[in-house]
Design a protein around this ligand. Sequence first.
Ligand code: FAD
Length: 521
Amino acid sequence: MAIITTTRQKYVVVGAGPVGSLAALYAAKRGHDVEIYELRGDLRDPSTTPLNFTKSINLALSERGINAMRHADHPDLLGHVFGATIPMRGRMIHGKRPTGELYEEPQDYDIHGRTIFAVDRAGLNKRLLDILEAMPNVKFFFNHKLTGADFKKRRAWFESRQTGGSGSDSSDRPKEIEVRFDLMIGADGAHSAVRYHLMKFTRMNYQQEYIDTLWCEFQISPLAKSAKSRNPSSSIESRFRISPNHLHIWPGKQFMFIAIPSEDGSFTCTLFLPSAEFAYLEADTSKLPEFFDHHFPGVTSLIPPTELTSSFEANPHLPLINIKCSPYHYASSAVIVGDAAHAMVPFYGQGMNAGMEDVRTLFSIFDKHAATLAESNNPADPAPLDDAALQRGLALAEYSTLRVPDAHAINDLALQNYVEMRASVLSPAYRFRKLLEEFLSVHVPSLGWHTKYSRVSFGNERYSDVVAKSERQGRILLRGLGGGLVTLLCVGAYGFYARQLARSRPPVSFFHTITYTLFRR
Ligand code: FAD
């Protein structure tokens, strides 16, 4: 749908993460005055402490995030983002055979060869900030923390620690400022202050869950320039120690270790482990290399044991939260998007992708309402509809109604996918279903069968539709397999019975005649 510019309004975006920055870009492209308030300093400033206190998080970027950036309609965005991504065609499962031999088993994500992309979250975020900075209707306020909001009066309060985009006070003492707005977009992450204040204005249902898994980051360093890659499929000299085009998984049944490639030849690795195991290893970190050798064979040849231990000691052990809430808006003045609305565990690689899709969905609804308004606005008959706030209110209500079931669906899928990544990838039943669904997708396309993973990561269908379709496919498969099994059993039983019958006496009926003919010796 084309971008519709409406009455110029003031949009305040809280949070300059990937989702908030994209929301600011969508709003600015529609001609609104946009102010972005961010708790931390400018990410592009090397002195700013990154989110989660880690050097970088490498994310899996897939179709929904890409599509949202495509619809941002900015000539420099996608090209630049793609210039810094690495395609990942599938998972590479690492393990050890009973003979003690290490193995790598690739499992492609998609029979049609589509890939997801490894991207540096900070790099993507910085690119969005650069684009926004060049827009005349966007202002940044870094080091500004949202402390209060009145969504009826459309006012908010921020604590500012130092000069932002337009202030004049350079002291380090916190100062409170009041900001007026038409719409506040809360993109301030899992512990959202906007959501907290929104709860005082709307009857929001809220549910949060910490899963019993913590995560900690490690690095596989690049090979020195002259060395050759271990990756046998690579003919050119590579700085990657293992295949760069896979998301590497060391499944541990109850936990796992993963590695995602970075542009410089390194891999950002994440250990996901229940809190009890973390406590066990924290009590005596010298056990770590042995633990890795037992559960994640081969890792200590990629990360030297001393480095493994020092990263485990230095990097934070962070929790994973799953948040569901509803609705996402209040009247015409506030809406939450991204992790603020639906923080999820990272096992489907969809958190940021879903957040970006929120933005595309929200603004496509704004555009639809703006178009309706423009059509019905006859200058000879000034309609009461000529009210940007009313239009926004209708759009926000529609957004909550549409988006809540989808966000809840992907939250649940992300939780379920942890089991798939750490255990099911090794199961024959899982592989059989994948094989069968991919076979049908290629050879009987009219059936419209696709794996759940490909619907989530390579398409833009609503998440709730993906779940419904995948459950339907599962039921049909189960019925088909069950029916096949019952038929086989019946045929076998009948064959056995008929054979006995045929041997004992001459045929007395039509079926007996066939049986007699078939089984008579
Ligand atoms: P955030 O990135 O959390 O940004 C929120 C911003 O708001 C921050 O800059 C913060 O400083 C600011 N803020 C907070 N409070 C205030 C306040 N009071 N006032 C002003 N500003 C405030 N997603 C994927 O799509 N693919 C993946 O492969 C993937 N892997 C992941 C791996 C791990 C280990 C983790 C933890 C997450 C992963 N995710 C992944 C999820 C992804 O990181 C998040 O979904 C995404 O960063 C959410 O973006 P956001 O902009 O909504 O929130």
